[in-house]
Design a protein around this ligand. Structure first.
Ligand code: LLP
Length: 421
């Protein structure tokens, strides 16, 4: 469910017309609906409330959408944050997410990032290798602090999603192979400044099948029980994120937060530990659209092309993952056409949809790429020296630019003349 609807013949985000926004800020731009973000967070938080020790932590995966206003919206609802870089940590803190609700994940945290997490006093690090255990133990010692960590396991399961966003397979770079977890726990416990208190997993993104997630959580429980038997104290189990969202109207729906929570409740029944979750896409995916204007249309030898002012640098998912985003006209007409929707970038990969039936649009008309709130703006680049597009947030009938369009002059200002030129 989202808050992008046709009202009076034109698409609105909540009570704001996207055409009005397009006139005001120019295209392309991302538009987020606060009500949708809030609703999705609340639905998820309500679904998992009461699981585990009764005080679960929903730590939003900042990578899905790190905009400060998005994070601040979630902070006010009590969300925590899952961060994977010093930059994400700084954003989460700046947006008002308390350090005690922040978990630091990632396979290659650098010394300065470990230090930043320790300085901020975050809840825990999810550690992904024996080498990282030693690095973090040393940095924590330098700071004279004792740091709580969870071991991220690699459960060696097939999450049954796109290969580029699978993280749980035995050959993936993520986590410590599950059969080495007892040794890793012992190694961590032997570091005077580390306290291993939990286990974590995240097996992939855009998941439609709960069975591999269930296997993974069960494995986390078995390992936790084993660690307790070995004399360790377990406080928290982090189930990761990954729940899919519907990208295509009319296609099969992913499991709902209620389905997911029912599965977790079944597997974790009687667990005394605090549960943690790291949803990203599920919270913000359907809360955002990318609005674009048709520059021109052209007929190739065998295809009708619609060339729009958004491109792969603005929304990378179609070219990187062959991802589907519904394309809707802001002012839909009754007629439909079959078109290949492309951006202006000089690569054939700059294609949003191939030979797709969409509402008829021509030069000057505006379209929205739906479900672009997760992994949209955050994966943008300035390829072809295109400006990063602005982000706008709507709340009821209010709206605000929450990230400015960067200008060519600002981008060029980062370059410098080599002194010999
Ligand atoms: N926790 C960890 C440790 C993660 O690596 C991720 C996502 C999440 C949580 C959140 O997963 P979500 O709930 O959003 O599925 N750029 C790709 C998605 C990459 C996901 C990476 N990790 C895309 O556009 O589909």
């Amino acid at each position: 469910m989202d808050h992008f609807e046709i009202k009076g013949g034109t698409m609105h985000a909540e009570d704001v017309s996207l055409e009005t926004l397009a006139e005001a800020v120019g295209t392309p731009f991302y538009c987020y609906s606060s009500a949708t973000i809030e609703r999705h967070y609340q639905v998820f938080a309500d679904a998992v409330a009461g699981l585990g020790d009764g005080n679960p932590l929903v730590a939003f995966a900042v990578k899905a959408n790190p905009n400060l206003s998005v994070l601040a919206t979630l902070a006010r609802l009590g969300a925590g944050a899952d961060v994977v870089s010093g930059g994400e940590l700084a954003r989460a803190l700046a947006a008002g997410i308390p350090a005690e609700r922040i978990v630091f994940s990632g396979v290659g945290k650098q010394l300065h990032e470990l230090a930043a997490g320790i300085e901020a006093g975050i809840l825990q690090f999810n550690v992904e290798s024996e080498a990282e255990i030693l690095m973090l133990g040393k940095v924590a010692a330098d700071y004279g602090k004792v740091v709580e960590i969870s071991i991220r396991i690699n459960p060696a399961v097939d999450p049954k999603t796109h290969g580029k966003i699978s993280t749980g397979g035995a050959d993936a770079k993520f986590g410590i192979p599950w059969d080495r977890v007892p040794a890793a726990f012992a190694l961590a416990a032997a570091q005077p400044h580390l306290r291993p208190i939990g286990l974590a997993a995240h097996i992939g993104s855009q998941l439609y099948d709960l069975a591999p997630v269930e296997d993974t959580i069960r494995r986390l429980g078995e390992l936790a029980t084993q660690m307790v038997a070995a004399g360790h104290t377990i406080k928290r189990i982090d189930c990761g994120g990954g729940l899919g969202v519907p990208y295509r109207e009319g296609a099969a729906l992913p499991p709902s937060p209620a389905d997911y929570a029912a599965m977790v409740a079944r597997v974790t029944k009687g667990w005394p530990w605090r549960l943690m979750f790291e949803p990203g896409r599920m919270i913000v995916g359907n809360a955002g659209v990318l609005v674009s204007t048709v520059i021109l249309t052209k007929d190739g030898a065998s295809r009708h092309f619609i060339v729009v002012d958004a491109a792969m640098n603005d929304l990378l998912r179609p070219s990187l993952y062959n991802a589907w985003h519904d394309i809707k006209a802001l002012e839909p007409k009754a007629s439909r056409i079959v078109a290949t929707v492309v951006g202006p970038i000089c690569e054939t990969g700059d294609t949003f949809a191939e030979d797709r039936e969409i509402e008829a649009v021509g030069a000057g008309d505006r379209i929205a790429f739906m479900t672009a709130g997760a992994y949209g703006a955050t994966m943008a680049s300035t390829y072809n020296s295109r400006a990063l597009v602005p982000e706008v947030m709507v709340k009821g009938s209010d709206w605000a630019i929450v990230s400015e369009r960067n200008q060519p002059a600002a981008m060029m200002a980062l370059d410098a003349w080599a002194p010999w030129l």
